[in-house]
Design a protein around this ligand. Structure first.
Ligand SMILES: Cc1ncc(COP(=O)(O)O)c(C=O)c1O
Length: 407
């Protein structure tokens, strides 16, 4: 007998990745040599969290009397305008967008699932997706359905996306696609310009048969290569027949994971529909987190718009991107030499190594003191927390894990 309502009994409060991380840390504290590549935060080689001084200063400089007050429900207008400016500049897309503040991109995904799907319906995501999408959907009585992420040659499977959309339009009459690019978590993959063109055509085509919305979870926007903004070129095609939602966040771009500053940006070609969307998402803000971190919004607005601070932040982030690039190069070199299978990868926080059984491979690696995250058909490796000097050990354990499954 429990006081909990029957629907919530058995829910697990801790994220499985945090549980793995806790186990790795406990073993390290007990004196073992542990390589912990589980977490999704960018660490320096000495294991300390990488923090951008410009962001710390911007937060510190917000007057206490302002920071302590409630922010407007949907977010401060200056912050929201700065986010739109960050995404679209002064271009025409800004005029076709509405935005509300959310606690990170997590909040944006939560908003999208609740407002663009009905109860019982499923969001459509590539099968290699960020794990919390499932609980975010289930918490609101929605689900996640998946399509195969890659073709056999490890390119994004646009045909599988099209088939999934087609099926959902027939079965549930509407589609909400959830994509996380660039630097996808867990694979590190970014769609290139050609793939975006194909994806946009599929979306616009599906939009002829029913309401279609696409969420672009843009959490790693600032860590990809030149192709990271290729999606912007296809927005007009998507908007011909569909709604585009963008999850924007300061968590990674400004190394402010704990600040919980983000936004949901919704693009739609029709002004009346935009107004309806703005009302619906504003309602969800009021009904969930009420309003977001006031200090954070003011600080991030400055980080996005004050030319001196922007230059400083760009320089600091540039050094972090370089740190990641060195790790990516070391990984690519060692993993290619070891014959591991992994998708195209140019940057970002993660890479996934393919194996038939991610759970078994990760378990075999734990026996060697190396922690990675099992996902379906792969293991996720956090390059963001693995120094380049550790890549040989990491790849050695990955090879052993993959071989343990193949035996
Ligand atoms: C793909 C993806 N989306 C969203 C998030 C959540 O980020 P936020 O702190 O912006 O809520 C993460 C964080 O790990 C992520 O990897």
């Amino acid at each position: 007998m429990t006081v909990l309502n029957p629907d919530t009994v058995g829910r697990v409060g801790n994220d499985p990745i945090f549980a793995l991380n806790a186990e790795a840390r406990a073993r390290a504290e007990a004196g073992e040599s542990i390589l912990n590549a589980t977490l999704g935060a960018l660490l320096h080689d000495d294991g300390s969290l990488a923090v951008m001084p410009s962001a710390t200063a911007a937060f510190d400089e917000v007057p206490a009397g302002v920071a302590a007050g409630y922010a407007p429900i949907g977010g401060t207008p200056g912050f929201l305008a700065a986010v739109l400016g960050d995404l679209f500049g002064a271009g025409p897309l800004t005029e076709r967008a509405v935005a509300v503040a959310t606690p990170g991109s997590t909040g944006a995904v939560y908003q999208a699932v609740g407002n663009f799907l009905q109860r019982g319906q499923a969001v459509l995501a590539p099968h290699l997706y960020w794990g919390p999408y499932r609980v975010i959907a289930e918490h609101q009585d929605r689900r996640v359905e998946t399509f195969e992420t890659f073709t056999p040659s490890l390119r994004f499977d646009v045909d599988a996306l099209a088939a999934g959309m087609d099926r959902q339009l027939r079965e549930q009459g509407r589609v909400l696609v959830l994509l996380n690019f660039p630097c996808n978590n867990p694979t590190g993959y970014s769609l290139d310009a050609e793939e975006w063109v194909a994806v946009a055509e599929v979306i616009a085509d599906a939009g002829r048969s029913g309401p279609v919305a696409v969420v672009l979870d843009n959490a790693y926007a600032r860590f990809g290569d030149a192709a990271s903004t290729a999606w912007l070129d296809v927005v007009p095609v998507i908007l011909e027949r569909a709604t585009l939602l963008v999850g924007w966040t300061a968590s990674k771009s400004f190394t402010q994971y704990g600040a919980r500053v983000g936004a949901l940006v919704a693009l739609h070609g029709d002004g009346e529909e935009r107004a309806r969307i703005a009302d619906a998402v504003g309602y969800t803000c009021r009904a969930t987190w009420s309003n977001c971190n006031h200090r954070g919004m003011i600080a991030v607005q400055r980080l996005l718009t004050d030319p001196v601070i922007v230059a400083q932040a760009d320089e600091e982030r540039g050094a972090l991107v370089q740190l990641l690039d060195e790790r990516v190069d070391a990984f690519n070199h060692a993993a290619r030499a070891a014959g591991l299978s992994f998708p195209r990868h140019h940057g970002g926080f993660f890479v996934s190594v393919m194996t038939d059984d991610g759970e078994r491979a990760a378990a075999a690696m734990r026996d060697m003191g190396v922690y990675v995250v099992p996902v379906r058909g792969a293991v996720r490796v956090g390059l963001c927390s693995t120094p380049a000097a550790q890549m040989e050990r990491l790849v050695g354990a990955l090879s052993a894990g993959v071989e343990a499954v193949a035996r």
